[in-house]
Design a protein around this ligand. Structure first.
Ligand code: G3H
Ligand code: ZN
Length: 288
C-alpha cells in the first residue's frame, strides 16, 4: 500500500491536492470512501477529538483498515486538531497515518514547545506517522456561525512559518492565509465566500519548504482553491459542508416517510448528499 507521504509527494509534484474530509459516523465515512473510489483518487479522512470521542479511536482506525484490506484502497486516517499529547499518543498507537498537533491557541513560543514534545512522543511510537503543526488562529469549530471569531484574519508570516518548521521539524504545516473554520450563515444561505491570500501562500511555501494544509475549506471560492493548490497547498480540509449535507439528507430521509424506522433506509439520502459534496470537492482539488 502506498504511504501517505508518497501520496503527498505525488500530489505536490502534480500541483494538485489531496482532499481531507471529517466523519463521525458510517454515513459520512462510507460516502467519502464511495466518492473517492468513484473518482479513483486517494483520500484522507479525519476525526477531531470530539468526532473520535463519538466514533471511538480504535473503531475509526478499524474502519479505515477494513477499506484498505477489502479494496486495497489508499484511504488515510488523520487525528484532526489534537490538543493534548495523551490524545496524540492514543491515536499513534491506534495506527493513524497523520496526527495534527494543534497548538494554535497557545502563544507562538509555547506552540513550538508543545509541538516539539508531541512530535517526540508520536515518532517514538511510530516514526512514519506524519505530524502536522498549526500556526495562526483560524477559529475552532466546523459549525454555522454568526460572525467571524475574534482574531481570525491575521495572516501567518513567512518568517513565522520558517521559524516554526525549523524549530519543531513538523512534516506538514497549517498556516493562516485568509481561511477560517466553519461557515458564516451568509455563506450557507447567501453568496458570501471565503477568499484566500494566494501570494502569502506562495511566500509561506517558499519559506517553509514542507507540505502544507489548507484548513477551513468549506465555503471557499473555487478559483481561490485552485490557485491556493498551485501556490503550495497539498491537503485541503472540508468539514462544515459535509455536516450541512448530512443534516439536510437526514431531514429529507425522515420527511420522506414518517412510518419508516429502518435506519439504513432513512439515512440513504444523507449518504447521497455527503457523497455529492465530497465528489465535487475532489474533482476541484484534483484538477490539473
Ligand atoms: O479540520 C477541519 C477543517 O479545517 C474543516 O474546516 O469546517 O471550515 O470545512 P471547515
Ligand atoms: Zn481544521
Amino acid at each position: 500500500m502506498i504511504s501517505l507521504r508518497e501520496v503527498l509527494m505525488r500530489a505536490e509534484a502534480d500541483k494538485v491536492a489531496v482532499g481531507h474530509f471529517n466523519f463521525s459516523d458510517l454515513v459520512s465515512f462510507n460516502a467519502i470512501v464511495a466518492a473517492a473510489r468513484d473518482r479513483k483518487l486517494p483520500v484522507m479522512v479525519g476525526v477531531s477529538e470530539g468526532e473520535r470521542e463519538f466514533t471511538g479511536v480504535a473503531q475509526a482506525a478499524a474502519l479505515v483498515k477494513a477499506v484498505r484490506d477489502e479494496f486495497g484502497y489508499p484511504v488515510f486516517l488523520n487525528a484532526d486538531h489534537t490538543h493534548s499529547i495523551a490524545h496524540a499518543e492514543t491515536a499513534a498507537r491506534a495506527g493513524f497515518d497523520e496526527i495534527i498537533f494543534d497548538g494554535s491557541a497557545l502563544s507562538f513560543d509555547e506552540n513550538i514547545k508543545q509541538t516539539k514534545k508531541a512530535i517526540e512522543a508520536i515518532k517514538s511510537i511510530n516514526p512514519s506517522i506524519l505530524v502536522e503543526g498549526e500556526i495562526g488562529w483560524i477559529g475552532a469549530s466546523s459549525a454555522v456561525i454568526d460572525k467571524v471569531p475574534e482574531g481570525v484574519g491575521i495572516l501567518t508570516t513567512p518568517d513565522e512559518a520558517k521559524q516554526f518548521v525549523e524549530a519543531t521539524k513538523v512534516d506538514v504545516l497549517a498556516p493562516a492565509v485568509g481561511n477560517m473554520h466553519g461557515m458564516l450563515a451568509s455563506m450557507v444561505h447567501g453568496n458570501v465566500q471565503k477568499r484566500l491570500n494566494i501570494e502569502r501562500i506562495a511566500e509561506i511555501k517558499a519559506a517553509a519548504k514542507i507540505f502544507m494544509t489548507l484548513h477551513g475549506g468549506s465555503g471557499t471560492n473555487d478559483d481561490d482553491f485552485k490557485r491556493a493548490i498551485k501556490a503550495g497547498m497539498t491537503i485541503v480540509h472540508v468539514n462544515t459542508e459535509i455536516r450541512i449535507a448530512w443534516r439536510r439528507g437526514v431531514e429529507a430521509g425522515l420527511a420522506a416517510d414518517p412510518n419508516e424506522v429502518a435506519p439504513y433506509k432513512i439515512l440513504k439520502p444523507a449518504v447521497e448528499a455527503v457523497r455529492k459534496v465530497v465528489s465535487e470537492r475532489l474533482e476541484l482539488f484534483s484538477s490539473k
